[in-house]
Ligand binder design. Structure first.
Ligand code: IMP
Ligand code: MG
Length: 180
């Protein structure tokens, strides 16, 4: 495989276009702005998958906020999570008594976010909510629902807009399904 190949050629079809994402992210931003008006909010990006969604969502939110970044490693392979996560890069901000909104790319089994929310709740935030660009509810293995969802998608492996396959394709501007 050469480094020069156009990534778009590996995509079977576009599931959600850049325009659809843009529209939906603006709607979510408006909703979040309303819900968090006047509150001390910390927007937390879960690296690396959420980075594109996070930067677009943050710019669609009109209330004051702080941004922070957290990186987790899961003890599993790429397409399946064990749910046991370790915080490999923690936030700089203390979240005690503050309104925390976690921004994630996708909720699949839900195990990763389930575990992460347990870890963060121990720090006693005033509130803790989750915004996910994508939700695959069919795959859920625990009782967790994101508070804000961009799109509910079927049980397919998707790429782009932050989501990767072996660390690549994150920079595709749309969400697509890879050729098999
Ligand atoms: P969960 O613990 O099963 O909910 O795992 C969620 C994580 O698995 C996400 O943060 C992604 O990194 C990864 N993941 C799940 N589904 C997909 C997919 O369709 N494409 C790319 N990554 C995915
Ligand atoms: Mg991820």
């Amino acid at each position: 495989m050469t480094q020069r190949t156009d990534m778009n050629r590996d995509i079977d079809h576009v599931l959600i276009s850049a325009e659809q994402i843009g529209r939906r992210v603006r709607e979510l931003g408006a909703q979040i702005s309303e819900d968090y008006e006047g509150k001390d909010v910390v927007l937390v990006c879960i690296l690396k998958g959420a980075v594109i969604f996070f930067s677009d969502l943050a710019r669609a939110i009109t209330c004051h906020m702080e941004m922070d970044f957290l990186s987790i490693s899961s003890y599993g392979n790429n397409t399946k999570t064990s749910g046991i996560v370790r915080i490999s890069k923690d936030m700089d901000t203390s979240i005690t008594g503050r309104h925390v909104l976690i921004v994630e790319d996708i909720m699949d089994s839900g195990l990763t976010l389930n575990h992460l929310t347990h870890l963060l709740k121990a720090r006693e935030p005033a509130s803790l909510r989750i915004a996910c660009l994508l939700d695959k509810p069919e795959r859920r293995e625990c009782a967790i629902t994101p508070d804000y969802v961009g799109f509910v998608i079927p049980n397919e492996f998707v790429l782009g807009y932050g989501l990767d396959y072996e660390q690549r394709y994150r920079n595709l501007p749309y969400v697509g399904v890879m050729k098999t």
